[in-house]
Design a protein around this ligand. Structure first.
Ligand code: ADP
Ligand code: MG
Length: 372
C-alpha cells in the first residue's frame, strides 16, 4: 500500500513538472505568435471556412485564393467576408481586422473639388440653365429665396442614356459653386458594406454637412430606389433599409442648407415614387443625347487642343448622329491615336473616319454581348 501511495505521489510530482513545462511552452509559443504578428502582415479577405479542418480560404489583395492555416483561437471568431491579417511567409491567419467602419465613409466614396467649367459642357443649354437656377443660385444667394419666400429644391434628378453628360453636369455645378463633390454609386453602397449600407448613407450626409457647401451625387440611383414588388431576400431588405435611410437624410435637412443632392439614372421609368415626392428629388431634368448643334459643340470641346488638318465637319456630323457625348469624346481620342500610330502629329479627316468606324464597331459588339 505504502509503495503504491509513494508511486502515485511521485507520478503526481512528475505530472506537475510536465504541467509546468507545458505552461512554459505555451507561453513561449504565445510570444512566438506575437512575433509573427509584429511582422508586416497582409490584409486578406476570408472566403470560406473549414471549421473541422481548422483551415480557411483567403483571398489575397492580388486576387489569388489560398487554403491556409489559422490560429486555433481565431477559428470561432471569424466569418466569411471578414478582413484578416495573414503572416507573409506561411500565409497563416494570425489576427482579425475590425470591419471597416462606416465613419470612414471617405475611403469608400469619391470626394473632390471638380474643375469642370460650364463651357466644357456641349449642348444641354436648358439643362445648364435649370441647374443654375435650382442648385447654383440657392447655394450662392440664399437670401433672395428668403426675401421672395420660396423654397428651392433639395434634390434634383438627372435622367437620360449613358454618356449623355449627367456626371459632367453635376461636376460642373459643383465647380461653379465651389462645392465639395461627393460621388456615390448607389449599387456599391450595399456591395461594399454588406449590412451597413444604411449606416454608410448616414455618414455620407454627415460628411456632406461638415464639408458644405457640398453636392452629394448619387449615380445609378435606380439600384437603390427601384419599385420592388416584394422584398423577399435579405439582400433586398438591406437595399430597402438603405433607401429609407437616404429618404430620411434628405428629409432631415432644410431647403436652404448648403447641401444639395443630385441623383442620376438611365432608368427613370422604374423609380420608386417615394423618391420623387415634394421636398425630395422634386425636379426631374432630362439629359438626352445631343442634337446636331450639340454634337458640333461637344466635338469642338474635345478637339480644341488637338492639332487637326482641314476636316469636312458635315461629313463627320452625318456619321456621328445618335452618338453620346462620351462616344464623341472617344472618337477624338481614337483619331489622335491613329495619327500617333503612323508617327504623325497632325490628325486628319481619315483618322476621324477610322475612329468613328472603330467606335461604332465597339458599340455593336457591346450590343451583341448584351442581347446575345
Ligand atoms: N454634353 C457633353 N459635353 C461635353 N462632353 C461630354 C458631354 N457628354 C458627355 N461628355 C463626355 O463624356 C464623358 C462621360 O460622360 P458622363 O457625364 O459620365 O455621362 P453620364 O454620366 O450621363 O453617363 C464626360 O466626362 C465628357 O468627357
Ligand atoms: Mg455618369
Amino acid at each position: 500500500m505504502e509503495t503504491k501511495v509513494h508511486k502515485v505521489a511521485s507520478e503526481d510530482f512528475s505530472l506537475d513538472i510536465d504541467n509546468d513545462m507545458l505552461k512554459a511552452t505555451v507561453s513561449y509559443l504565445r510570444k512566438e505568435i506575437d512575433k509573427f504578428k509584429s511582422r508586416p502582415l497582409i490584409v486578406c479577405e476570408v472566403r470560406k471556412l473549414y471549421k473541422d479542418k481548422k483551415k480557411v480560404v483567403i483571398r489575397l489583395p492580388n486576387g489569388n485564393l489560398f487554403f491556409v492555416n489559422i490560429l486555433d483561437e481565431l477559428m470561432d471568431k471569424i466569418k466569411i467576408n471578414d478582413l484578416v491579417m495573414v503572416e507573409q511567409r506561411s500565409l497563416t491567419v494570425v489576427d482579425r481586422l475590425d470591419k471597416p467602419n462606416s465613419d470612414d465613409a471617405e475611403q469608400f466614396i469619391n470626394i473632390e473639388k471638380p474643375n469642370i467649367a460650364w463651357n466644357d459642357v456641349g449642348g444641354l443649354r436648358d439643362q445648364i440653365m435649370e441647374l443654375k437656377e435650382v442648385i447654383e443660385l440657392p447655394l450662392k444667394n440664399p437670401d433672395i429665396f428668403k426675401k421672395v419666400g420660396i423654397k428651392p429644391s433639395k434634390g434634383i434628378l438627372l435622367y437620360g442614356p449613358p454618356g449623355s453628360g449627367k456626371t459632367l453636369l453635376a461636376k460642373a455645378v459643383a465647380a461653379s459653386t465651389n462645392a465639395t463633390f461627393i460621388e456615390v454609386i448607389a449599387s456599391e453602397l450595399n456591395q461594399k458594406f454588406i449590412g451597413e449600407g444604411a449606416k454608410l448613407v448616414k455618414s455620407i450626409f454627415k460628411l456632406a454637412r461638415e464639408r458644405s457647401p457640398s453636392i452629394v451625387f448619387i449615380d445609378e440611383i435606380d439600384a437603390l430606389a427601384s419599385e420592388r414588388l416584394d422584398v423577399g431576400t435579405s439582400g433586398e431588405r438591406e437595399v430597402e433599409r438603405t433607401f429609407i435611410q437616404l429618404l430620411s437624410e434628405i428629409d432631415g435637412f432644410e431647403h436652404l442648407d448648403n447641401v444639395k443632392v443630385i441623383g442620376a439614372t438611365n432608368r427613370a421609368d422604374v423609380l420608386d415614387q417615394a423618391l420623387l415626392r415634394p421636398g425630395r428629388f422634386d425636379r426631374l431634368i432630362e439629359v438626352p443625347l445631343p442634337d446636331e448643334e450639340g454634337i458640333k459643340e461637344i466635338f469642338k470641346i474635345h478637339t480644341r487642343d488637338m492639332n487637326i488638318e482641314k476636316i469636312d465637319f458635315d461629313i463627320l456630323l452625318k456619321q456621328m448622329k445618335e452618338m453620346s457625348g462620351a462616344e464623341i469624346r472617344a472618337i477624338a481620342t481614337e483619331a489622335g491615336y491613329f495619327a500617333i500610330r503612323e508617327n504623325r502629329t497632325k490628325v486628319t479627316m481619315n483618322d476621324f473616319l477610322d475612329a468613328i468606324k472603330k467606335i461604332k464597331e465597339e458599340e455593336e459588339k457591346d450590343h451583341m454581348n448584351m442581347f446575345g
